[in-house]
Design a protein around this ligand. Structure first.
Ligand code: ZN
Length: 151
């Protein structure tokens, strides 16, 4: 009898831990450096977040015109089209295109700077194939990661 009680308690604890783990994350927090790398390869957010915030810190020293970083969120299938549009938008636009394929974005920053952006979670679908990346010319081949979307 005592053994059963202990097992039930263990199950209850497991349930509580599982619930805590499922808490929604509404922030995409990334750091980019002078080696053209983000510190995360994958970030999980919830489509039920009223607002998803993108927080970007450039931990390097190089200026925005040589080693600029931003964060763009789009469907993975739209990455090539968005980075092409970014090139076209050019330096004056910080290589952030005004394109409906862009779901969320930050401006482009240089070393030592931070920036934020936001977009509604309703723009994402749970289980969809999304990526985050830097649209500065040549950066998205290295500076990219998977945006996992839960409900
Ligand atoms: Zn970059």
């Amino acid at each position: 009898m005592k053994h059963i009680a202990t097992s039930l308690l263990a199950l209850a604890l497991l349930g509580a831990a599982g619930h805590a783990h499922a808490a929604q994350n509404c922030t995409i927090k990334l750091a980019g450096n002078d080696a053209m790398q983000f510190d995360q390869k994958s970030v999980t957010v919830s489509a039920s977040c009223p607002k998803i915030t993108i927080q970007l810190a450039h931990t390097g020293k190089l200026a925005a015109n040589v080693m600029g970083h931003n964060v763009i969120v789009s469907q993975t299938a739209d990455m090539a089209a968005v980075t092409a549009a970014a090139l076209k938008a050019g330096a004056a636009a910080g290589y952030v295109p005004k394109d409906p394929k862009v779901i969320g974005e930050t401006r482009t920053i240089g070393g030592g700077q931070t920036t934020t952006g936001s977009f509604p979670g309703s723009k994402l679908k749970a289980g969809g194939d999304y990526s985050f990346y830097c649209s500065f010319p040549g950066h998205s081949s290295m500076m990219k990661g998977k945006l996992v979307v839960t409900k």
